[in-house]
Design a protein around this ligand. Structure first.
Ligand SMILES: *[C@@H]1O[C@H](CO)[C@@H](O)[C@H](O)[C@H]1NC(C)=O
Ligand SMILES: *[C@@H]1O[C@H](CO)[C@@H](O)[C@H](O)[C@H]1NC(C)=O
Ligand SMILES: *[C@@H]1O[C@H](CO)[C@@H](O)[C@H](O)[C@H]1NC(C)=O
Ligand SMILES: *[C@@H]1O[C@H](CO)[C@@H](O)[C@H](O)[C@H]1NC(C)=O
Ligand SMILES: *[C@@H]1O[C@H](CO)[C@@H](O)[C@H](O)[C@H]1NC(C)=O
Ligand SMILES: *[C@@H]1O[C@H](CO)[C@@H](O)[C@H](O)[C@H]1NC(C)=O
Ligand SMILES: *[C@@H]1O[C@H](CO)[C@@H](O)[C@H](O)[C@H]1NC(C)=O
Ligand SMILES: *[C@@H]1O[C@H](CO)[C@@H](O)[C@H](O)[C@H]1NC(C)=O
Ligand SMILES: *[C@@H]1O[C@H](CO)[C@@H](O)[C@H](O)[C@H]1NC(C)=O
Ligand SMILES: *[C@@H]1O[C@H](CO)[C@@H](O)[C@H](O)[C@H]1NC(C)=O
Ligand SMILES: *[C@@H]1O[C@H](CO)[C@@H](O)[C@H](O)[C@H]1NC(C)=O
Ligand SMILES: CC(=O)N[C@H]1CO[C@H](CO)[C@@H](O)[C@@H]1O
Length: 717
């Protein structure tokens, strides 16, 4: 079955460091992965290829390597690669093979998390939306249609890797693969079918004979020989361990921060806290740690999941732009070096642990031939303490771990940071404040007669747009009763936002947030005599990416009524509705250079009160290599394109608890730009003023460590 099953007879750790039989590939035992016969402690970092550009990959990977990583981990993004069943796309940012070969060129390993369900704060958790229309499908359980497409795509990827000789068993860089993703979170919902599914998935994956092990993260009962691994912030404390003594302790997601949603604040996790938990995990026999994310990047286009902001894990050791975030990057680099300096002893030595005080403990790895490594841990959050270890006194700062590669000298303490902090510097390079340089196009507010798709009920939003757009118009003709003198329009929605128009005039909007399921609109409106056109724009900010029964999720309007008085209410849910998928500007691809010139643009109007308006202008590329960002803080909500390529959604008006937009700066990858005449197009749902937009370059204040980023890494090409 598994070509590494011979390893299961490997019981003691210290027999020999080199294992002949595994030279060709990757094996494992209870202590670690064994790569080409060598036992390894591996530091890994997540970098997702479609969240940056091919031009950025070499520098991101080089900075990861310089930071002491051995492995780059990435998900595979099914919905990018198979936009229609059997039609594949692996070009440009989607070029998985080129990404892996770039990692290989820099002598690092790869962990390939195929999923193919990935969650990842990626729209629909990476599942292609067309799956939704496969008859009888239930995702991620013992369901034939789902298993068919999952196996089909998994096989496609594995075969692609094999044909490029990318598995370590073929001399390539891939040392580990993942099937499924945090399935335990939803397992209960499927009862016995879940167990059958997870066994099927393990068997299917193992049957693909990659010559490298498979893991299931957050899956305590991962079937042999698949390795169960830990995801979380404190795996040294929380991981219940491998489910077999023959499996190593691997941490596939150690969150360096947390993803941010619109309306939410950034999650700041200190360098000291990350370092503490990584050191603890290694002290407790862990042998693989992955930073999720090492570089988060940008949710370009409409790829972010529901409510997730466009910048992804900006707080990671490499920030959204790929610049070093200090002291995080440098403090972890020193940690990796401290552990690497003694990894042979950690892997070969016998481990013992002992108490050093009420809240203090020690872990020692000792080899017969003399090597000795100690981890001295102070779990006390407030007090520095002195401990005695082998007749020597050691000062341990509060909540810290000291590493002694020779059991004598402390070379690293997780709470003592030598790396200076740095600061982000935003340098304004251009202001778009001249109205003459802008043009606008007001999108059309469709009325019922403009629509061709009709239904006598309120349709589900996602199944109607098929995720071709964030936008779905619900339109209606309403015959007004003159007795209704002070009508209100009441709307309830399970989508993310709605904007209401009566007879072409904007009457108001509302939205929900990441954590609630629905919202309501109650708007006083004025109705004319006879026929009135009611047009409601329902908006999604990314599709959901998690939970059981994703295929049954409901979004869109759930209730529409006109209330004339408490007694007199007209429920419009079962009226005849006319639907329009996408804005007219989207249908015309107004943001593309070729099509933009065919549109009748107008001079910029009074921008104080526009709704659903497209804006365009041109600009020159800022000089130099520093990353480029647009400050969109004067805008409302919408999406922006540069030279026809979407740089993602923006949402300024939804403030966090401190009264600020969750994200103001939006990354424009350098490779999207040419020297001059770059076309910028934005669509704004309302409240935006393009005259306040500015173009900036982004850098970090130069500290000692950053000299490195300046000199060796011309940031992005
Ligand atoms: C996947 O399905 C397509 C049809 O959609 C088929 O052409 C292809 O051979 C299948 N691939 C595998 C590896 O099963
Ligand atoms: C680490 O592994 C050793 C065997 O080498 C075992 O005795 C010990 O209990 C393990 N420690 C932890 C914390 O799992
Ligand atoms: C050694 O570590 C194990 C696992 O964390 C713990 O249960 C045990 O109490 C420790 N022993 C001592 C003496 O601290
Ligand atoms: C510590 O001191 C005691 C008594 O002074 C001695 O027996 C022991 O060998 C010493 N241990 C080490 C590791 O030096
Ligand atoms: C604890 O130790 C740290 C690091 O050595 C030091 O910065 C801090 O001031 C100490 N705190 C106390 C309360 O002594
Ligand atoms: C390590 O500690 C020993 C004894 O404390 C000392 O003699 C030696 O110089 C130290 N080595 C280094 C590299 O600091
Ligand atoms: C989804 O839309 C398709 C038409 O594209 C329709 O056949 C199907 O019934 C819809 N499914 C649901 C659950 O509404
Ligand atoms: C108008 O009001 C009358 C009396 O209140 C009611 O019978 C009728 O159904 C209403 N018509 C519409 C179109 O709402
Ligand atoms: C609308 O129609 C559906 C079924 O077609 C029915 O279940 C629902 O009660 C109706 N709603 C109203 C308000 O009439
Ligand atoms: C723009 O419109 C607002 C009201 O909608 C008005 O107060 C303002 O004076 C107008 N500005 C210009 C420059 O016309
Ligand atoms: C903007 O438009 C809305 C709706 O038409 C109106 O209520 C509001 O007063 C306008 N604001 C300004 C500043 O003109
Ligand atoms: C899986 C896991 O360990 N999750 C933890 C991640 O860290 C946060 C913050 O400490 C915990 O709340 C989660 O339980």
């Amino acid at each position: 079955m598994a070509n590494w099953s011979w390893v299961l007879v490997w019981v003691t750790v210290a027999v020999s460091f080199t294992i002949k039989a595994a030279d060709a590939g990757v094996a494992y035992d209870g202590r670690s992965l064994i790569v080409h016969g060598q036992r390894k402690i591996l530091f890994s970092g997540s970098i997702h290829y479609p969240r940056s550009t091919p031009e950025m990959w070499p520098s991101l990977i080089a900075k990861a390597k310089e930071g002491g990583l051995d492995v780059i981990q990435t998900y595979v993004f099914w919905n990018l690669h198979e936009p229609q069943p059997g039609k594949y796309d692996f070009g440009g940012r989607y070029d998985l093979v080129a990404f892996i070969k770039q990692i290989q060129a820099q002598d690092l390993y790869v962990t390939l998390r195929i999923g193919p369900f990935i969650e990842a704060e990626w729209t629909y958790g990476g599942l292609p939306f067309w799956l939704h229309d496969v008859p009888g499908i239930v995702y991620r359980t013992d369901n034939e249609p789902f298993k068919f497409y999952m196996q089909n795509f998994t096989t496609k990827i594995v075969n692609m890797m094999k044909s490029e000789s990318l598995y370590a068993s073929q001399g390539g860089p891939i040392i580990l693969s993942q099937i499924e993703n945090e399935y335990q979170n939803i397992q209960k919902a499927f009862g016995g079918a879940a167990t059958r599914y997870i066994h099927w998935a393990a068997k299917m994956a193992v049957g693909l004979n990659t010559g490298v092990p498979w893991v299931m993260c957050k899956q305590t009962d991962a079937p042999d020989p698949v390795i169960n691994t830990c995801n979380g912030m404190r795996c040294g404390e929380t991981f219940t361990g491998p489910n077999s003594p023959n499996k190593p302790s691997l941490w596939t997601e150690n969150w360096t921060s947390f993803y941010q949603v619109y309306g939410g604040l950034p999650y700041i996790r200190s360098a000291e806290d990350i370092a503490f938990h990584v050191a603890l995990f290694i002290a407790r026999n862990g042998s693989y740690v992955n930073y999720y994310m090492y570089h988060g990047g940008t949710n370009l286009e409409r790829t972010g999941a529901a409510y997730v902001i466009t910048g992804y894990y900006d707080q990671a050791p490499l920030d959204e732009y790929g610049l070093l975030r200090q002291p995080k990057w440098g403090h972890l680099k020193e940690l990796h070096a401290a552990i690497k300096s003694c990894s042979t002893t950690i892997l070969q030595g016998a481990q013992k642990n002992f108490s050093l005080g009420q809240l203090q403990e020690g872990y020692v790895f000792e080899e017969d031939k003399g090597g000795c490594v100690a981890f001295l841990i102070n779990n006390d959050r407030t007090n520095n303490v002195s401990v005695q270890f082998q007749n020597t006194t050691y000062q341990l700062p509060s909540k810290s771990i000291s590493i002694l590669p020779d059991c004598q000298n402390v070379t690293y303490n997780t709470a003592i940071v030598h790396t200076p902090s740095n600061r982000r510097i935003i340098t304004p390079r251009h202001k778009f404040s001249s109205a003459n340089n802008w043009q606008q196009f007001e999108d059309v507010i469709p009325s019922f007669d403009d629509t061709s798709l009709r239904s006598d009920s309120l349709l589900e939003h996602m199944n109607t747009t098929k995720d071709k757009s964030d936008y779905l118009w619900y339109t209606l003709r309403y015959e007004n009763n003159l007795s209704c003198s002070q009508p209100t329009l009441d709307v309830e929605s399970a989508a993310h936002l709605a904007h209401a128009f009566v007879n072409g005039e904007y009457v108001g909007g509302a939205h929900r947030n990441h954590d609630v399921k629905s919202f309501t609109l109650e708007l006083p409106i004025s109705l004319g005599e006879g026929t009135n056109n009611i047009s409601l724009l329902s908006v999604m900010v990314g599709l959901p990416d998690s939970g059981a029964f994703l295929e049954r999720r409901f979004a869109g309007l759930t209730k529409v009524q006109i209330q004339c008085s408490e007694q007199e209410t007209y429920n419009l849910a079962n009226s005849t509705w006319g639907y329009q998928v996408a804005l007219v500007g989207e249908q015309l691809e107004i943001y593309k250079e070729q099509t933009s010139s065919d549109i009748e643009w107008s001079p910029l109007g009074n921008t104080t009160n526009q709704t659903l308006t497209w804006y365009k202008t041109v600009f020159d590329e800022p000089e130099g290599d520093d990353p480029v960002a647009l400050n969109l803080s004067s805008m409302g909500k919408g999406e922006a394109w540069v030279n026809g390529r979407s740089i993602g959604r923006y949402w300024i008006l939804f403030h966090d608890s401190k009264g600020r937009p969750s994200q103001s700066q939006y990354h424009v990858p350098r490779s999207f730009l040419k020297a001059s005449g770059n076309l910028l197009v934005l669509v704004d749902e309302g409240g935006g003023n393009p005259l306040g937009i500015s173009l900036n370059t982004v850098s970090v204040s130069v500290s000692r460590e950053n000299m490195f980023s300046k000199s060796s890494f011309p940031s992005t090409a």
